[in-house]
Design a protein around this ligand. Sequence first.
Ligand SMILES: N[C@@H](CCC(=O)N[C@@H](CS)C(=O)NCC(=O)O)C(=O)O
Length: 207
Amino acid sequence: MPTASPQIALTYFNAPGRAESVRVALRLAGQPFEDRRLNYADFGALKAQGALPLGSVPLLEVDGLVLTQTAAMLRYAARLGGGELYPSDPLQALIVDSALDTFNDTLSNALLPSLYERDMEKKLAMRVDFAAGPLARACAYVEGLIARSGGPFLLGSSLSIADIVIALQIGQIEAGGLDGISPSMLDAYPHLKGLAAAYRAEPRIAG
Ligand SMILES: N[C@@H](CCC(=O)N[C@@H](CS)C(=O)NCC(=O)O)C(=O)O
């Protein structure tokens, strides 16, 4: 049975990747957690031992129970923090989940093969396809959702778990962190750039 103050450990690579949003959401919830960071050898060893239920990370261990799926972890962190980061209204929650899955699931999975590609020429060719296809579609879709609310965040003035995921990924592109993806491609998406800027300026993030 869960306790009032759960013992939590988050396991991921020593990188932002999929886990950074969960780290941020747990911090915003005021929830202490052990931040377990793996190198590739550690990851391989855990996988070989069968310690990763789906063969992947992040993992969230709550009072000894090992769970997977980033989006579920984010919703859990939001509930631990009193629900501020996840709306109770069904339609608002649907919008948050839809944008969250678009960036955390669809986009991350589409990017993954090029992250693993070692041949730079092939990697850059994959990135051209990624930018023109999944990235452009995801950006246009979420741009429209932010425009609908008036921004700066997905639902307007209040930060949600989807904003954390989107802002971290847009921030990576703005910083030139993805080979072959020019930060200037974001000029077509002023609301996404505005969301990332508002996230960085948010006192709970910036402070
Ligand atoms: N649906 C899962 C996907 C997790 C996932 O694909 N994790 C990647 C790292 S970002 C991984 O562990 N890849 C290594 C592998 O599959 O061998 C989630 O959202 O947490």
